[in-house]
Design a binder for this molecule. Structure first.
Ligand SMILES: Nc1ncnc2c1ncn2[C@@H]1O[C@H](COP(=O)(O)OP(=O)(O)OP(=O)(O)O)[C@@H](O)[C@H]1O
Length: 642
């Protein structure tokens, strides 16, 4: 057995360990749990009201349900497997499985499995359960097995190259049309990635234009290839790419379930493109007549004579003919939509979506590649002849639940392996365009040996003359204390949440609401803790003190760090929450996660935390030294004065 065969087999073994651990954690949450328990765990909505029903592509019934006004946090997200149930039967609840399309506040759209509506849809009380995500693990397992047993074909060659057994072929020196607006190192990465025959990696710190460069490389590749595959580990990251590609005029089809629900993304989804197709009307007509024939045929239910039997047979035959014609037309529409699309965009796991069956691509592009587990990254590689990745191994790592699997190697991504093993195929970007130098400096020194540079455009990144671009507000001694939210076991600090929103209100007052509206300044409020995020949302929605923030609600995003990876906002406020005598900081100690939070701001970064608690950890001690040395420190008492 070769070295990399052994390595891949170990990765597969670790994947199975992770699968077992994830399943076990899910079982613990659900075993013998009542509906009330599951609601608290965020894995059940009950009761829900049926708001809308419609028949989607592939005769998949789609429903929209709404839960009564609730602030309970939950784990339902686009792409998750769920089941819809009714309490109508006395025995086991009636159930049908499905996949979540969208979740927006208290409403959720679900595509149900099967081609018929459940006949109990209007009976009893309905609810939705979140399932364990078995399908993603199966896709990863399948990909690993395929890579392990790949012979001398392209997949086998790519395996040996990506894992460093065979040297990647030298890049071709092709002269590509110069892309304006790329800096020198971005141009080198652009030329290198386009000229690469096997693999290319663009990596670098936050804001250095990895995604920007990748989008240009994708456009460059499209001058040679009719179609390419574009992936990222999360739905949010895929949406960002789809948005950027569409605004560059690239015809993109988004396969899977977007995390965002704005028109710019929705218009690119496969469903929307099918619905906009010139033959879609005919498809609807065919489906309608199939339903009509079936309905008429079913009228003859009880004992009836020869002529009725004949009539029923004729109607049912017509129904199947119409259904078959609809199915052919649907295949044609699908084919045509893909024919017209230059980019197929999906998550890593979504790359094995049945609609992509049999499709092969000359290149796959993977953004945020440092966030995807190795087994997931192999899924799109299976369908491709060349791999281009972009990412940063000092930002969010993949989420791994099994401590053991992580320690034994599952936390190392394919992206990291390629950087180490094919150093001539990777390009690093160092000039960042997002943050004024002072916001960038701590991250640069701590994570990137101080090598990061701020481009000159960032000198103008200010909200207004004289408004400092960065501040740390120390809540030590304020009496704001952390609490454990019993239901979610997440931490929250109500005093700090209220204070944080107050700080933003004052900021808006200083800069003026008009300027925030005119310049469309975006605001991101980040907390590492879900319970704090929930509290911040509640306060902003309901509290009379935060009128200006509410007036800007379209421009404000409140969320945990993970949702902000790859994104930027004009103003970022981070609420660190932890405040206790023991100096316990829990998962604030995940410094890669903090690196993401600290590097999202374009014009102003405000960090709020309790120095007495934080300073127990060397990372935060260093951060506190940094803010002190640079005059960015404010105590909450100074703030109270104005
Ligand atoms: N050459 C350039 N000239 C001017 N602005 C640029 C250039 N390259 C990137 N930018 C800008 O810098 C910002 C960050 O770019 P981008 O999001 O592509 O960086 P990234 O490296 O992918 O960031 P992250 O690591 O946070 O995902 C964007 O506003 C982008 O428009």
């Amino acid at each position: 057995m070769s070295k990399i065969q052994g390595e891949l087999k170990l990765t597969l073994k670790l994947l199975k360990k992770e699968w077992a651990e994830d399943l076990e954690q899910y079982r613990l949450k659900t075993l013998g749990a009542s509906i009330a328990d599951k609601k608290k765990e965020g894995i059940c909505w009950y009761p829900v009201k049926l708001v809308k029903t419609k028949m989607g592509m592939g005769e998949r019934p789609i429903i929209e349900v709404e839960r009564s006004e609730s602030k309970e946090s939950h784990g339902f997200q686009s792409g998750k497997s769920v089941s819809l149930f009714s309490n109508f039967s006395e025995g086991k609840p009636l159930r049908v499985n499905g996949v979540v399309n969208f979740v927006k506040k208290n409403t959720m759209t679900i595509t149900l499995m099967g081609s018929e509506w459940p006949d109990w849809l209007h009976d009893g009380k309905l609810g939705v359960d979140l399932h364990f995500d078995e399908a993603s693990y199966r896709e990863m397992e399948f990909a690993m097995e395929s890579v392990i047993k790949a012979g001398q074909g392209r997949l086998g060659q790519l395996r040996d190259i990506l894992l460093g057994e065979v040297q990647a072929a030298e890049q071709e020196r092709i002269v590509f049309k110069t892309v304006e607006n790329l800096n020198e190192s971005q141009k080198q990465a652009f030329d290198g990635a386009l000229g690469a025959k096997d693999v290319g990696v663009i990596h670098g710190p936050p804001g250095t234009g990895k995604t920007t460069t990748l989008v240009q490389v994708i456009k460059g590749a499209l001058s040679h290839h009719r179609q390419v595959l574009v992936c990222a580990p999360s739905n949010a990251a895929v949406d960002l790419l789809v948005e950027k590609l569409s605004s560059e005029g690239v015809n993109t089809v988004r396969v899977g379930h977007p995390a965002r629900v704005d028109d710019q993304i929705l218009e690119q989804t496969l469903d929307a493109k099918i619905a906009a197709h010139s033959s879609y009307k005919d498809l609807k007509k065919l489906r309608k007549s199939a339903d009509e024939y079936r309905r008429l045929g079913r009228k003859y239910k009880r004992s009836f004579g020869h002529s009725e039997r004949e009539q029923r047979k004729r109607l049912m035959t017509e129904a199947s003919k119409a259904k078959e014609a609809a199915s052919h037309l649907e295949d044609y529409i699908l084919f045509d939509v893909f024919q017209q699309s230059q980019v197929v965009a999906t998550t890593l796991v979504g790359a094995n979506n049945p609609v992509l069956k049999g499709m092969q691509f000359p290149v796959v592009f993977i953004d945020e590649a440092g966030q995807g587990m190795e087994p997931a990254a192999w899924i799109p590689v299976l369908k491709s002849d060349k791999v281009i990745m972009a990412g940063d191994h000092c930002q969010l790592p993949p989420t791994i639940k099994s401590f053991e699997a992580s320690n034994e190697g599952l936390s190392e991504t394919l992206f990291e392996k390629v950087i180490k093993r094919q150093p001539h195929s990777s390009w690093m970007l160092k000039m960042q365009y997002r943050m004024p130098e002072i916001i960038m400096k701590f991250s640069s020194d701590y994570f990137y040996n101080g090598e990061l540079e701020a481009a000159s455009n960032t000198l103008n990144h200010q909200l207004k003359e004289g408004e400092p671009v960065m501040e740390f507000i120390d809540t030590a001694g304020s009496g704001f204390e952390e609490h454990l939210e019993k239901d979610s076991l997440s931490k929250l600090n109500g005093g700090e949440a209220r204070f944080a929103l107050g700080v933003l209100e004052k900021l808006i007052g200083r800069v003026t609401l008009e300027k925030f509206l005119d310049e469309k300044y975006s605001i991101g409020i980040i907390s590492p803790y879900k319970a704090q995020v929930k509290r911040l949302v509640e306060l902003m929605d309901e509290n009379a003190d935060f009128d200006q923030l509410r007036a800007l609600s379209e421009q404000v995003t409140i969320g945990t760090i993970d949702g902000f990876q790859g994104q930027e906002r004009d103003v970022i406020l981070i609420s660190l929450v932890r405040s206790n005598e023991k100096g316990e900081i829990g998962f604030l100690a995940d410094t890669r996660r903090m690196n993401v939070a600290l590097t999202r701001a374009k014009r102003k970064l405000i960090v709020i935390g309790d120095s007495a608690t934080l300073s127990a950890h060397p990372f935060y001690q260093q951060f506190l030294d940094f803010v002190n040395e640079n005059g960015l420190y404010k105590s909450i008492y100074e703030m109270m004065e104005f």
